[in-house]
Design a binder for this molecule. Structure first.
Ligand code: ADP
Ligand code: MG
Length: 328
């Protein structure tokens, strides 16, 4: 195979202070000097990148994301996903824009680098636009324009095969600070404090997109290059167990987020060496339809699987490692 369509990184967060307080033990760790992870006594998985508990935000950005930003400017689409159970570090890794400089996640770093590149390339005319969408129960919500009715947002494919989200606000931006305010405002909408909304934000996917248009004024005619970078904070991968109202025993119905299921199928179809002939099931969910032109093909994709190290999360961590293993 010429290109690996999806690279997979796994990041194990440190134990949180409340976990240390409750004497949680660690059940998953990187194998030193390898790209492997061991969970439990002896289950070993191999990935493209492995980040342990002392990895920094800069480590993750520099090794996984920087190359995608470089190719974005060369005209290729890119997607980064954060996958994992609620509380595993997805939002921390993707970065909603809060906190100290060194704590900043992927999005603020990518924004800064993009505007740095723009300021260094005077011969290119850049237009940058951002949008911020949430997918919840297969409905789209515009996090930059709350008044927009979910029914007025649609996914369409244009004649060139580009995915367009009709009805979603695209803000043209001139500086990194401007992007950060939009990101912060949109993220604040997602993370309100009521439990109902927290439930929603853990069950929904958030897609922050930077689209760039470059006009290069070459001597023999101008060229236009357009490309986009999606940053996706996926819904929590945990299985939601619903308790029935039948008294003595809990009836559990296991419900897995349909978007995550569809995404897993798309990613494993892309990773299949016979994929040229294989059907890639993009149409099965909104999230895969939105990302269609930025997953596979000439696009660069990185999935960062976030893992809690605690033995109390063993089952979910093992599930996440198995899911991510399908991408190879
Ligand atoms: P998720 O978005 O997957 O639900 P969060 O990103 O909110 O998880 O992380 C849960 C908690 O763990 C937060 O308090 C966050 O600050 C902390 N955390 C996550 N990853 C790390 C890390 N690599 N280093 C330090 N703290 C982390
Ligand atoms: Mg989160």
């Amino acid at each position: 195979m010429d290109e690996i369509p999806v690279k997979v990184a796994v990041r194990i967060r440190p134990l949180l202070s409340k976990e240390i307080l409750h004497n949680h033990q660690v059940c998953v760790r990187p194998v030193p000097n390898t790209q492997q992870i061991i969970i439990g006594k002896d289950r070993v998985f191999t990935f493209d990148h492995v980040f342990g508990k002392s990895s920094t935000q800069d480590d993750v950005y520099s090794s996984c994301i920087k190359p995608l930003l470089v190719s974005l400017i060369e005209g290729y689409n890119a997607t980064v996903f954060a996958y994992g159970q609620t509380g595993s570090g997805k939002t921390y890794t993707i970065g909603g824009g809060h906190g100290a400089e060194e704590e900043k996640g992927i999005i603020p770093r990518a924004i800064q680098e993009l505007f740095q590149a723009i300021s260094e390339n005077h011969n290119i005319d850049f237009t940058v636009k951002v949008s911020y969408i949430e997918v919840y129960k297969e409905d789209l919500r515009d996090l930059l324009e709350l008044e927009t009715n979910v029914k007025d947002i649609h996914i369409r494919e244009d004649e060139k095969g580009n995915t367009v989200i009709v009805g979603a606000k695209e803000c043209q931006v001139e500086s990194a600070d401007e992007v950060m305010s939009l990101l912060e405002a949109g993220s604040a909408v997602r993370h309100t404090s009521t439990t109902q909304m927290n439930e929603r934000s853990s069950r929904s996917h958030a897609i922050f997109t930077m689209s760039i248009l470059q006009q290069r004024d070459a001597n023999n005619g101008a060229t236009m290059i357009s490309s986009k970078f999606h940053f996706v904070d996926l819904a929590g991968s945990e299985r939601v167990t619903k308790t029935g109202n039948t008294g003595e025993r809990f009836k559990e119905s296991i419900q897995i987020n349909s978007g995550l299921l569809a995404l897993g199928n798309v990613i494993s179809a892309l990773a299949d060496p016979k994929r040229k002939s294989a059907h890639v099931p993009y149409r099965d969910a909104k999230i895969t339809r939105i990302l269609k032109d930025s997953l596979g093909g000439n696009a660069n994709t990185v999935m960062i699987t976030c893992i809690s190290p605690s033995t109390s999360d063993f089952d979910e961590s093992l599930n996440s490692l198995k899911y991510s293993n399908r991408a190879k």
